[in-house]
Design a protein around this ligand. Structure first.
Ligand SMILES: NC(=O)c1ccc[n+]([C@@H]2O[C@H](COP(=O)([O-])OP(=O)(O)OC[C@H]3O[C@@H](n4cnc5c(N)ncnc54)[C@H](OP(=O)(O)O)[C@@H]3O)[C@@H](O)[C@H]2O)c1
Length: 136
C-alpha cells in the first residue's frame, strides 16, 4: 500500500514495543532505516538483519544535546537527508493499579465530584479518570 523505497527513515525508540513494529512496517515498504536507541548492543540484538548498509543502527540518548548533535551529523554525512522522522522514543511507567490506591472516590464524595465537574472551575479539566468503588 505504501512505498518508502529508498526513503531515509529515522526512527527513535526503535528497540521499544512500538518502535520495533514501526521499524518492521517501514522495512516492509523498502525504506532505508536509521534505528536509534540508547544501547547499540540492544539495537543489534533487536535488528540483527539491519546492521548493515543501507541501514544504520545508532546509539544515542535523545535527551542529551551532544548525542543528538552527533546523531544528526552522522546521518547528514552518510545520507545527506532524512525523509521521515518517527520520534517514538519515550517511556511508559505504570504505577499501582488505580483501584488499589487510596485515591478512589468514596460514594459519599461522588456527589461533590459531580458538582465540581459541572462547575465553571472544571473547564480546565481535559480528560480524567475518576474511579469509584461500589458499595458491595
Ligand atoms: N506501546 C503503545 O501501545 C503506545 C501507545 C501510545 C503511546 N505510546 C508511547 O510511545 C512511546 C514508546 O512506547 P513503547 O511502548 O514502544 O515504549 P518502550 O517499549 O518502553 O520503548 C521505549 C523506547 O524508547 C527508547 N528510549 C527511551 N528513552 C530514550 C532516550 N532518552 N533516548 C533514546 N531512546 C530512548 C528505548 O530505547 P532503549 O531502552 O533501547 O534505550 C526504547 O526503544 C512511549 O512514550 C509511550 O508512552 C506507546
Amino acid at each position: 500500500m505504501f512505498d518508502f523505497n529508498n526513503k531515509i527513515v529515522l526512527l527513535t525508540g526503535a528497540t521499544g514495543g512500538l518502535g520495533t513494529a514501526v521499524a518492521q512496517a517501514f522495512h516492509a515498504t523498502g525504506a532505508n532505516l536509521i534505528l536509534v536507541g540508547r544501547s547499540l548492543e540492544k539495537l543489534v540484538a533487536t535488528f540483527p538483519d539491519l546492521n548493515s548498509d543501507p541501514h544504520l543502527l545508532l546509539a544515542a540518548d535523545v535527551t542529551a544535546e551532544t548525542a543528538v548533535h552527533n546523531l544528526a551529523t552522522t546521518v547528514a554525512e552518510k545520507y545527506g537527508r532524512v525523509d521521515v522522522l518517527a520520534n517514538v522514543a519515550g517511556g511508559f511507567r505504570g504505577g499501582t493499579a488505580v483501584h488499589k490506591t487510596s485515591k478512589w472516590v468514596t460514594p459519599q464524595n461522588l456527589a461533590n465530584v459531580i458538582l465540581f465537574l459541572a462547575s465553571e472551575q472544571a473547564t480546565a479539566v481535559h480528560g480524567a479518570a475518576i474511579p469509584v468503588y461500589g458499595l458491595g
